[in-house]
Design a protein around this ligand. Structure first.
Ligand code: SF4
Length: 690
């Protein structure tokens, strides 16, 4: 999201300015009030007012009183960034189909509206019926990254709900977080009631069952009716902790060694699990969502109908948290994809279709899927797109197929590192020949612009690895020029941030000064190649993300202090949040160097060790050691299982074969049978990856 949203026109609110408190006006009225009449007159005064209006195609407005449970699902950023989020759309639809549940959505108001809301006492509201946050039973927040943490606190406070879980009562909404950043929720531990780990579809319904049962038990005559409020809230949290995949931080306590390192995190409540496993849905076919995708009212970062074509990734890129925590791979059938696309395009009127996954060109049937959809929409204005991590000719062929209807403008590849050695370290199996051959194919087939994505600050990186990025860019640009003077190459370079549950979770992050120095090496190397464009992120951007990604509970006071000082929208260039954060770190004594710029050793307990992503810590450590020896590891879809820990017990085969592809048996290396495994499919053999 960093830098991906459109530029706001309003100035950010002054740092450190005291907030007007929003207070709940007493017991929840039934039905909950709508704040529309107070909100509407303010909209002409703020930027992009349409984002607060609601009324989109496919939104659901459910009878408040008919529902047993009421959820407010939130993406803690602006509507334009959060509206397309698939996670929210899936859960919104799943809950909306339940007769007993009501689900509405909320996004963060931009600073201009927030200021007016605080002045007028308007709380965080739902988009559907402009109901206040404080009236809902559950506030479910998705955290795709760590830069929404201060927004979460702000939304609670603005919603008339204490940002501290210890101060909330049984009458307040439960505050749940999910998404990738929920795999280390420790910096948010004092502020959330629970973190939900893994695939959200089934666990959301399980949580809904718990909340509904609890509400019934609190009704007159119910078994918890006479319980004091404080005890009742404890009972509710206790019942939540029994749901597989739900972590209630209040029932766990970190213990530290004298030198400041974590000793371990222990359960302090009888009967709660010592390790909390993530939830994994086994068959995507059973969860065909979203079917009724919401069409935005105003500009958003992605305006397209999206279908998730598979979940999980086993390519094993060592920097990639998403790939690691979403294992194993589960594919959707081509015929289901076709059905979802056809119904969705017809229903929504979108003229772009996104075939989503972590590396969509890796679907075992992607070629027939692409051909089929391209045939279906040939001659129409509907275009097709897919994010891919592959750098190979197959990807170009696929892109050619998907762009039959349009211009061949830009192709994006992500070799991620400049030198072959560095790509071995990160397990991105792409040779320089692969990349240059792919560029040759693309430009020769009429593509005009190639963007190459790289990271710097990677473990074991040396200056020659950084300079190799410039060399690769220059070589690609040389090819571009041979096929047309107007052809372009852009290299995009960002700083690496180590993430939990990856082999790089032990690595030291590069401080911003070092990232800046490395960027200047690249800039200097390409200065004589005017047509080769370099795009960089602000080196400071990874500072807060890195701290929150691997911080423990001792970082929470800094989150709270930063928010109190005015930090929010931490991923937006326009917000002066780093300066605010530095002050918050100083006020709370949180040592950035210690949390971010220090390598951990094998024996050190990590703040997320009790949160089980399925990956064996011993396997992750082994893979980290392999990285340090420049050793690569194959994708277990096409090679023997190396026993990372995820699949056993899931009743899942690594299934790429609905359409007659390969059904790979799950046999850890060394347990026999690997010789009989099929070799890498031919269509993958020619290329390397993106
Ligand atoms: S357990 Fe084996 S097959 Fe499953 S994701 Fe891990 S390495 Fe791959």
């Amino acid at each position: 999201m960093l830098g991906s949203a459109t530029t706001p026109t309003s100035p950010p609110r002054a740092v450190g300015r005291e907030r007007d408190a929003i207070r709940r006006p007493g017991p929840v009225a039934s039905p909950a009030p709508s704040y529309w009449s107070s909100l509407e007159p303010l909209l002409p005064q703020v930027r992009k007012p349409a984002q607060y209006v609601g009324g989109e195609h496919n939104q659901r407005v459910t009878d408040w009183q008919a529902a047993d449970t009421r959820w407010l699902l939130c993406y803690p950023d602006t509507y334009e960034v959060g509206q397309p989020n698939q996670g929210i759309q899936i859960l919104y639809e799943i809950l909306g189909e339940r007769e007993t549940a009501l689900a509405e959505r909320a996004y963060a108001p931009w600073v201009d509206l927030e200021e007016l809301m605080r002045e007028r006492g308007i709380p965080t509201f739902s988009l559907e019926a402009h109901r206040p946050l404080w009236a809902f039973d559950v506030f479910g927040v998705t955290l795709p990254h760590e830069l929404g943490h201060t927004n979460l606190l702000n939304l609670l406070d603005l919603g008339g709900v204490s940002h501290r879980t210890a101060e909330r009562t049984v009458h307040d909404p439960l505050v749940l977080v999910g998404g990738h950043a929920a795999f280390n929720p420790e910096p948010l531990a004092p502020f959330i009631d629970a973190a939900v780990m893994g695939d959200g579809e089934q666990v959301t319904l399980d949580v809904d069952d718990v909340v509904r049962a609890f509400k019934h038990a609190r009704e007159p005559g119910g078994e918890l009716a006479s319980l004091a409020d404080g005890h009742a809230r404890h009972e509710l949290l206790r019942a939540l902790a029994d749901v597989e995949g739900v972590y209630v931080p209040a029932f766990y306590e970190p213990r530290y060694l004298d030198d400041g390192r974590l000793r371990r995190t222990v359960a302090t409540e009888t009967g709660v699990p010592a390790m909390i496993p993530k939830r994994t849905i086994q068959d995507l076919e059973e969860w065909r969502y979203p079917r009724k995708q919401i069409v935005p009212m105003t500009e958003t970062v992605h305006e397209r109908f999206s279908v998730e074509i598979f979940r999980g990734c086993t390519r094993g890129c060592r920097f990639c948290q998403a790939g690691m925590i979403t294992r194993p791979v589960r594919e959707r059938r081509p015929e289901t994809i076709r059905e979802l696309v056809e119904e969705g395009v017809e229903d929504t009127g979108f003229n772009e279709v996104g075939l989503l996954s972590l590396s969509s060109a890796d679907h075992s049937s992607i070629a027939p899927i692409a051909r089929d959809l391209a045939d279906c929409y040939e001659g129409t204005t509907t275009s097709l797109s897919l994010p891919s991590t592959r750098v190979d000719a197959f990807n170009v062929t696929l892109s050619n197929e998907l762009t039959r209807n349009g211009r061949r403008s830009g192709l994006t590849f992500a070799p991620e590192a400049g030198s072959e050695r560095m790509r071995a370290v990160i397990n991105k199996m792409v040779s320089e020949d692969d990349l240059l051959r792919t560029a040759e194919t693309a430009f020769s087939e009429g593509w005009r612009h190639i963007k190459l994505y790289f990271m710097i600050g990677l473990p074991t990186e040396r200056d020659e690895d950084v300079l190799a990025i410039a060399d690769l860019g220059i070589a690609t640009y040389g090819i571009a020029r041979r096929y047309g003077k107007g052809n372009k190459v852009t290299i995009s370079v960002g700083g690496f941030v180590p993430k939990p549950h990856t082999p790089f979770q032990w690595a030291a992050q590069d401080p911003p000064e070092e990232i800046r120095r490395k960027l200047s090496l690249i800039r200097h190397s390409i200065k004589d190649h005017a047509g080769l464009k370099l795009r960089t992120n602000d080196p400071e951007e990874g500072v807060i993300e890195g701290l929150l990604a691997r911080g423990d509970r001792r970082v929470a006071p800094a989150v709270e202090r930063a928010w109190q000082l005015g930090a929010r929208f931490d991923g937006w260039h326009e917000m002066p949040t780093l300066e605010t954060w530095r002050r918050a770190l100083s006020d709370t004594g949180v040592d950035l160097d210690w949390f971010s710029y220090r390598e951990r050793d094998e024996r050190e307990a990590l703040p997320w060790d009790h949160l089980d992503s399925g990956l064996d810590k011993a396997w992750l450590w082994q893979d980290w050691q392999d990285a340090n020896r420049d050793q690569q590891l194959d994708d277990c879809r096409w090679s023997p299982c190396y026993d990372c820990g995820v699949c056993p017990g899931l009743s899942i085969e690594h299934d790429t074969g609905y359409t007659g592809g390969f059904q790979l048996p799950i046999l850890p290396t060394g347990l026999g049978g690997s010789d009989a495994l099929p070799s890498t499919p031919e269509r993958y053999a020619s290329g390397a990856d993106t």
